[in-house]
Ligand binder design. Structure first.
Ligand SMILES: Nc1ncnc2c1ncn2[C@@H]1O[C@H](COP(=O)(O)OP(=O)(O)OP(=O)(O)O)[C@@H](O)[C@H]1O
Ligand SMILES: [Mg+2]
Length: 301
């Protein structure tokens, strides 16, 4: 097969591993810098150009779209879909999961366990917002944040009120969430491919910290997940419409709670922690499913 990897940087671990795994299996792998691709969207024959040439003959595309390029990246991916190229994850599914409010609403509608969560922009009654999600302690998140930045634990009602007041001034969308204390500063990353969790790792926050992000000094280790956790992760990916997803789960007293469904999960942490050839499993999945013109939505929606 001829497979495109949409990625801003061919030197990134995940990109390199996908190219390697594809080549090992005899495929032609082409890395395309998402932001440099340009397209003719009005023609009868949808086209993508790159470095002065039309991209042609691709069977599949692996989107590795960073959060900051979601909008343009999804447009390029959609163009591939319109050309009948099979996407590992569809553009609609990626947009869905990138919109955290929409994603949690969809998961909630399908009955998937979530921490009690509120969303607000400029709440006119902060004490009522706090009470609505069950009161302190609360985790307050600025929606734009990543890698644990903009995620705050407010232990008391007073702290929650002042953090919310401070965020209010920033005119940001905010998430207010029940604090899952019993998770003990750990979360579980379940790596889903197709309808299976093919690898899982536990991320543990450093002492005195509740955020398990590796960028914040957290450490990753192997973990055996329960059948319920497995099922929750697979269902969450399916609700988003993602073939490949990193589902982040908190272990609570009342079962697994989904924190986030990531549409371009990184390979480095999960491969080094579990020793699994995740890139290879992804390419195997493409081999099984990539048939020309088989995009379910054909870029619609
Ligand atoms: N409701 C919660 N209860 C307990 N711990 C939480 C809760 N929400 C988040 N955490 C901890 O804080 C960490 C960071 O939170 P989260 O993943 O929501 O933000 P982020 O990593 O900044 O965003 P993103 O994952 O979108 O990049 C989580 O990995 C988890 O360890
Ligand atoms: Mg996170």
């Amino acid at each position: 097969m001829k497979i495109a990897v949409l990625s801003r940087n061919p030197r990134l671990y995940s990109t390199r591993r996908l190219v390697e795994a594809g080549q090992q299996r005899g495929h032609e792998m082409v890395v395309i810098d998402t932001l440099r691709a340009y397209m003719n969207i009005a023609s009868h024959k949808p086209q993508i150009h790159y470095r002065g040439q039309a991209l042609e003959g691709f069977d599949a595309v692996i989107p590795r779209i960073g959060a900051s390029v979601t909008f343009y990246g999804c447009a390029v991916l959609r163009q591939f879909e319109m050309m009948g190229v099979f996407p590992l994850n569809e553009s609609v599914a990626i947009s869905r999961s990138r919109d955290k409010l929409r994603a949690l609403q969809l998961l909630s509608r399908k009955g998937i366990g979530l921490p009690v969560t509120g969303f607000a922009h400029s709440p006119d009654d902060i004490p009522d917002l706090i009470q609505m999600v069950g009161g302190a302690p609360l985790v307050i998140k600025v929606l734009e944040g990543t890698q644990g930045m903009g995620v705050v634990l407010a232990e008391t009602q007073k702290a929650a009120e002042s953090v919310l007041e401070a965020f209010l001034g920033l005119k940001q969308d905010i998430m207010v969430q029940e604090y899952i204390r019993e998770a003990g500063g750990a979360d579980i990353r379940c790596f889903v491919v197709g309808d299976k969790v093919i690898a899982a790792m536990k991320r543990q926050a450093k002492p005195g910290e509740f955020r398990s992000n590796l960028h914040r000094g957290g450490s990753a280790s192997l973990i055996k997940i329960t059948p319920e956790e497995r099922m929750t992760a697979v269902r969450a990916a399916r609700v988003m419409g993602l073939n490949v997803a990193g589902v982040d789960i908190l272990r609570s007293n009342h079962g697994p709670l989904v924190m986030e469904v990531n549409s371009s999960p990184g390979l480095q942490g999960i491969e080094t922690t579990t020793g699994k050839d995740v890139a290879g499993i992804i390419v195997d999945h493409l081999e099984k499913h990539a048939t020309h013109g088989q995009t379910r939505t054909k870029g619609r929606g």
